[in-house]
Design a protein around this ligand. Structure first.
Ligand code: FAD
Ligand code: SF4
Length: 510
């Protein structure tokens, strides 16, 4: 009897555990573009193009290599609109008596697949996703007994385990674990940032673009200027391009933002790592080789590896350790609706407009835009975590629940009560001014706080500090903020709170 092997849209590698010990002659691989997965959120059009095209290329490759593949292309009138329906019909067609798959990355789908053995009446073998460097169990073992989980300690453990950037006698290369303090330079246009790596759409991608334009016209974003890689070979080239042209400055300008530059020195590899076109450990090893070869400085290479080996693995561990309760957390009691300009980009706040517009055009914004601009604003304004999480899940080409949720709910919104991060990343306009040139082109004045044309981040920041005194005043990392707030004259405090309340009452007009 054949096995049905289900491969999901973010599992596009022949190393996926579902394919282990599979028999090309006997087994059938199932891949499907289904309505339920394409529409459970308002996915950016470029994300849909990336995934459908990468899936089609992967299926073609499997067939060329002699696998039997059932591939369902998207059509709104398909009989099977869910993965379960596709698998059920394939069970009937092939007479297969077993389904094999690799665990999926989202709780929502995981719950469904976990019930398939009962609903479909055959055994469903769900294998661990071995693409992650730390298994779920290894993370759970590390986290056991710790009240708070801190990425830095997990990361050091991962460096020791993998040997990445470690000397033969077990010390961190360069004499330090973390070079973050060197990675905070503002970028003033020099050295010029490389253009993003581009792959021109081939026939398959063009067909998918037409399909997305026809059937997902009301989804967020645009398909214009689609240039993502959709095969492992092209994704490898994107990695080489990053190492050749951007890694050198990645560290220095990691936190910088610019009015004229969407991508700066970031790798733009997350869409590929997350869907299986690139292997995370191999990406880290490539960066480490660049350091040993003297092609990039330690602050760049360590900073880059920390994002993948540290943050990426850490947030995934947090997600699986705490779902499904984690998604419901709202410890700061936020109730505000997400302002509509998150979808349109129409706001006079220059930093927000730039981040939102890049997001709409590219299905990409770099980390500091996500954290310190769109995220920071949502935190200061007290947006409901569920609404801001849904937005982040929809708008980025790299967004999957397991990575988006801890980043937004934990890191940005502090809605988990500090489980993931020791303090909220709340900041006034001063931070954005320090790290970018946005303020000099803004309708608002970053040096003002209470006037009509004052930067909204300034008063909202103090409003956040004031309204969350009970949550943060005893946090050692926040004590200075409260001392600064308390030192201000009562009239000044009142004026700041008044300005913030006015802003909150007309958020949509900002
Ligand atoms: P680079 O800056 O070049 O970093 C290198 C790699 O490190 C990335 O490709 C990514 O794989 C990894 N990485 C960096 N930071 C993180 C992080 N905090 N968590 C996990 N991996 C990280 N990343 C996603 O992949 N999907 C998401 O849905 C997502 N949502 C985010 C939401 C918010 C509010 C924030 C603050 C961050 C989010 N991130 C997410 C993390 C990070 O912003 C993106 O991974 C990064 O911007 C991707 O661009 P890049 O490949 O150019 O990254
Ligand atoms: Fe953003 Fe304020 Fe600067 Fe305008 S002045 S760009 S709103 S930080």
């Amino acid at each position: 009897m054949p096995n049905l092997i289900l491969i999901l849209g973010d599992q596009l590698t022949t190393d996926i555990s579902a394919l282990e010990n599979a028999d090309r002659k006997r087994d059938r691989i199932v891949m499907a573009e289904v309505h339920d997965e394409a529409s459970y959120t308002n996915h950016h059009k470029k994300k849909l193009v990336l995934l459908f095209s990468a899936m089609r290329h992967f299926a073609q490759r499997l067939e060329t290599e002699g696998w039997q593949v059932h591939y369902q292309t998207y059509h709104p009138q398909n009989d099977a609109q869910s993965l379960e329906a596709v698998v059920a019909s394939q069970l009937t067609e092939t007479g297969a008596d077993r389904v094999i798959t690799t665990e999926c990355g989202e709780w929502r789908l995981h719950e469904q697949v976990s019930q398939w053995h009962e609903r479909l009446g055959v055994p469903v073998e769900i294998r661990p996703d071995t693409r992650f460097i730390a298994s779920k169990q290894a993370f759970a073992d590390w986290a056991k007994g710790r009240k708070q989980l801190r990425m830095e300690f997990f990361y050091r453990e991962m460096r020791r385990k993998t040997g990445l950037l470690m000397t033969p006698d077990g010390k961190p290369e360069g004499g330090q674990w973390n070079f973050d303090a060197d990675n905070r330079r503002k970028w003033a246009g020099k050295p010029p940032a490389p253009a993003p790596f581009r792959v021109e759409p081939d026939e398959v991608t063009q067909e998918v673009i037409a399909l997305v334009e026809e059937h997902f016209a009301d989804h967020f974003g645009t398909t214009e200027d689609f240039h993502f890689a959709v095969t492992p070979e092209d994704a490898e080239q994107a990695l080489d391009y990053f190492i050749d042209f951007a890694l050198l400055c990645f560290g220095d300008f990691q936190d910088a933002m610019s009015d004229n530059e969407d991508w700066l020195f970031h790798s733009i590899l997350s869409p590929y790592i997350n869907c299986g076109l690139l292997d995370p450990l191999a990406v880290c090893e490539a960066a480490a080789r660049a350091w040993y070869a003297g092609r990039a400085p330690i602050n760049a290479v360590e900073g880059f590896i920390r994002q993948i080996l540290g943050w990426r693995e850490f947030v995934r561990g947090i997600y699986w350790l705490n779902m499904p309760e984690y998604a419901r957390e709202n410890r700061l009691g936020n109730t505000r609706a997400l302002p509509w300009f998150y979808w349109t980009g129409e706001t006079k706040m220059r930093c927000m407009h730039k981040a939102l517009d890049a997001t709409r055009r590219n299905a990409y914004a770099h980390h500091i835009q996500r954290l310190m601009v769109t995220g920071n604003f949502a935190l200061l304004a007290g947006v409901q975590p569920e609404e801001i999480c849904d937005w982040y899940l929809a708008v980025y080409a790299d967004a999957y629940d397991w990575v988006e949720l801890p980043n937004v709910l934990g890191m940005v919104m502090h809605a988990d009560g500090g489980y993931l991060g020791s303090k909220p990343y709340a900041a006034s306009g001063k931070y954005i001014q320090r790290m970018s040139d946005h303020c000099s082109n803004c309708h608002y004045n970053v040096n003002k706080s209470t006037e009509e044309d004052a930067c909204p981040f300034n008063a909202l920041y103090w409003h956040f500090i004031d309204r969350h005194r009970d949550d943060f005043a005893s946090n050692p990392r926040m004590g200075m903020m409260y001392r600064n707030w308390d030192k201000q004259k009562p009239e000044r405090r009142e004026a700041l709170l008044h300005r913030a309340n006015t802003l909150l009452a007309r958020l949509e007009q900002l």
